[in-house]
Design a protein around this ligand. Structure first.
Ligand code: VGL
Ligand code: ZN
Length: 212
């Protein structure tokens, strides 16, 4: 596998949702949540520009199973914008679970983009909410700053990382997913499907060791 040489001006690292609730001990944990943190910190040292996303829900968010009487986490429901998976309560604004993991080195992050803050609509992607129409403003920010290539890490590979990477590529950014810097929920074995979908769209899936 050939190495990718980083450009100090036009490349940025995007760290998706490395928050306590998605890590072991949280309310919606992924198995490898903590394993990826040293990989991401290592990667940070190689990048000149780092951005973070933060899942940031009001307490009564409609993606929470607790808001739907009779529903259980991981059920699906119909929202005005389409099908929506129901989740355990997670990343509630201002709670410890919504904070970035203590061992994630956030000191050099230049932007934190929060998403999922409207109670009636979820947002997996860092670019567009789940109605696939409402923009977060990230495209404008990135274009104005002159970034042309984005490297994605974080949680969950098959949810917020994948949605963000697919939108990134569709918005015209060269998009790379750093696989050992990502951890998956893989609820219904959907990780394989999502990896294929990303590759079909021209997204590169690379190990962190290939990035110099
Ligand atoms: C996420 C489910 C619900 C994620 C966020 O960050 O992948 N997954 N909210
Ligand atoms: Zn969420």
């Amino acid at each position: 596998m050939s190495n990718v040489v980083l450009n100090r001006v036009s490349d940025a690292l995007v760290i998706v949702d490395v928050q306590n609730d998605f890590c072991p001990g949280g309310t919606l944990p992924v198995d490898e949540g903590e394993v990826i943190i040293p990989v991401i910190n290592d990667l940070c040292a190689r990048f000149s520009h780092i951005l973070l996303t933060q899942d940031w829900h009001p307490r009564d968010h409609r993606s929470f199973a607790s808001q739907h009487p009779g529903a259980a986490p991981f059920d699906t429901t119909q929202m005005p914008y389409g099908q929506q998976t129901l989740w355990p309560d997670h990343c509630v604004q201002g709670t410890r679970g919504a904070e970035f993991h203590d061992r994630l080195d956030v000191s050099r992050a230049e932007l934190v983009i929060r998403k999922g803050f409207r109670s009636d609509i979820d947002s997996y992607s860092a670019f567009f909410e789940n109605d696939r129409k409402t923009p977060t403003g990230l495209t404008g920010y990135l274009k104005e700053r002159g970034f042309t290539r984005l490297f994605f890490t974080g949680i969950a590979t098959d949810v917020c990382v994948a949605y963000s990477a697919l939108d990134s590529q569709a918005q015209g950014f060269d998009t790379v997913v750093v696989e050992d810097g990502c951890a998956a929920i893989d609820a219904n074995g959907c990780l394989t499907q999502v990896r294929t979908q990303m590759e079909t769209q021209g997204i590169a899936l690379l190990p962190s060791a290939a990035i110099r």
